[in-house]
Design a protein around this ligand. Structure first.
Ligand SMILES: *[C@@H]1O[C@H](CO)[C@@H](O)[C@H](O)[C@H]1NC(C)=O
Ligand SMILES: *[C@@H]1O[C@H](CO)[C@@H](O)[C@H](O)[C@H]1NC(C)=O
Ligand SMILES: *[C@@H]1O[C@H](CO)[C@@H](O)[C@H](O)[C@H]1NC(C)=O
Ligand SMILES: *[C@@H]1O[C@H](CO)[C@@H](O)[C@H](O)[C@H]1NC(C)=O
Length: 441
């Protein structure tokens, strides 16, 4: 009887949570559409000869000359989005980084797919900058069951990129790991035809709430705490999985120009795999969710551990990390820091994460794991995970309380800055402007 009640309660929670998330997604999507429509209408009325269709379908991946950056100016800043993120040209006029990219010519915002794995994003990021056909690598593609080659960037956004023309990277959430993986690939000379890449192509990495150490959010949304790779049979992520497969299978061109999960290299369109392919995908036999080549497995504690094993902190690169927290301790209990001035959905997510307990019958993800270390969070990530990479070995770091603490700037060490209340993306923009103003000598 009690079991029945618990199941009923879980199902209700799932139902409510999916409705809320769906509504929220729809809200974002429709505000993007509304913003675009009003812009189009404006242009239509003030310049009657503008072709409406043409405005809407501006091809996002073909950079014009003004998108490329003059090699003689200061290093560009590349903003790398996180999960469910999008780059410039997607979702119409919406900006993931609160318009930070509009402030400066040298700011680039690549679109790396919103649910693809960290590895695939890092590969795409390289070709986005250098230009050419994305090569995911033979071994990886075979193992994960996708095409070896992907989208073609006719012209790189910064083809001059090399050791003498390095780049500042800013990664939000999972984007921070993407940049670290890319830097390691550069150090490992992992790009065919570019035998002389090195870690010094990266001048600085700034992490905004970076997902260095994984997040317990993944388990709350439906990843199995046992292995950190598979999903529970009934959960929010399963609904998300079915939605994504159908979205990609329907392959509606204008919709995908608008928002893309980034799984094009898996050939999931109806033209390529037919009804049988769709059923296969839904049954979990093929596709990204079957091979685990998507973002959620990379964001579990186990997944981060695996990634981090191969990633170094390099001596000549400057590392900054901004950590966020929406919780506080009252009499030893971790609670959301406020009910007011915070989106209700976010409040619930923060609260959920403060309640996270590793199931007693499941082995802990690493030796010395304690639930309470993971209770401080910002609704998406645990604060412990954001400061600097810790596992399997702790990387050098230094906590910055006062700006003067980090002068002169020192490379090869993570400078950690705590933000008490990072209210949305506006602060991200402020941080970006700060990076622009730092003098790297
Ligand atoms: C996907 O389709 C392309 C051709 O459209 C093909 O070259 C590629 O091998 C296919 N990949 C997979 C994994 O089936
Ligand atoms: C890297 O490649 C460039 C051009 O191909 C070449 O001029 C340069 O010497 C190479 N650098 C190293 C360290 O091999
Ligand atoms: C995360 O950080 C904690 C605290 O130092 C550390 O003990 C743990 O090993 C890390 N976990 C992972 C998965 O990186
Ligand atoms: C930061 O450091 C400067 C100089 O060391 C000092 O004058 C200032 O009061 C410090 N600010 C805070 C908030 O501690």
């Amino acid at each position: 009887m009690i079991r029945w009640w618990i199941s009923a309660l879980q199902l209700t929670e799932l139902f409510v949570s999916s409705i809320v998330h769906l509504l929220y997604g729809f809200y974002i999507f429709s505000s993007a559409v509304a913003g675009d429509l009003s812009q189009v209408l404006n242009e239509y009325f003030f310049k009657p000869n503008v072709n409406v269709i043409e405005v809407k379908q501006e091809p996002p991946y073909v950079p014009t000359a003004k998108h490329t950056i003059d090699a003689n100016t200061l290093p560009p800043i590349v903003l790398v989005h996180g999960i469910f993120g999008f780059g410039k040209g997607k979702l119409g006029g919406l900006s993931y980084f609160a318009g930070a990219e509009k402030k400066d010519e040298r700011v680039l915002v690549p679109d790396l797919g919103s649910l693809t794995s960290i590895y695939d994003r890092a590969r795409e990021l390289f070709y986005y900058l250098k230009g050419g056909k994305v090569d995911y690598g033979e071994e990886h593609s075979k193992a994960c069951g996708h095409s070896q080659f992907g989208r073609v960037y006719e012209q790189g956004h910064y083809p001059e990129w090399d050791e003498d023309h390095p780049i500042h990277f800013v990664g939000h959430s999972a984007g921070a790991q993407v940049v670290r993986v890319l830097q390691q690939m550069l150090a490992d000379k992992a790009f065919k035809g570019y035998e002389n890449t090195s870690e010094n192509w990266v001048l600085s990495i700034t992490s905004l709430s970076g997902a260095f150490n994984g997040t317990t959010r993944t388990y709350l949304d439906g990843m199995q705490p046992e292995d950190g790779r598979t999903m529970k049979p009934i959960c929010l992520l399963q609904l998300c999985r079915i939605g994504v497969i159908i979205y990609d299978w329907l392959d509606i061109v204008w919709l995908k120009d608008y928002y893309n999960f980034g799984f094009d290299h898996f050939n999931m369109s109806w033209k390529k795999m037919g009804i049988r392919g769709l059923l296969d995908c839904l049954m979990g036999n093929t596709g990204p969710f079957a091979s685990g080549d998507w973002i959620l497995p990379d964001l579990t504690i186990q997944g981060s551990l695996q990634l981090n094993c191969h990633l170094q902190t390099f001596p000549n690169t400057y590392y900054f990390s901004y950590a966020t927290k929406r919780t506080r301790k009252i009499m030893g209990i971790t609670v959301p820091s406020s009910i007011f001035g915070i989106h209700p959905l976010l409040f619930i997510r923060v609260l959920q994460m403060t309640q996270w307990r590793q199931p007693p019958d499941v082995p802990p993800p690493y030796k010395g794991y304690r639930d309470k270390d993971w209770w401080d969070n910002d609704g998406a990530l645990n604060t412990i995970s954001m400061t600097h990479p810790r596992l399997p070995i702790e990387h050098p770091s230094c906590y910055v309380v006062n700006d003067s603490d980090c002068q002169p700037l020192q490379p090869g060490i993570w400078l950690v800055i705590f933000l008490k209340s990072l209210s949305g993306y506006c602060s991200h923009q402020q941080i970006m402007l700060r990076i622009v103003s730092i003098d790297f000598g």
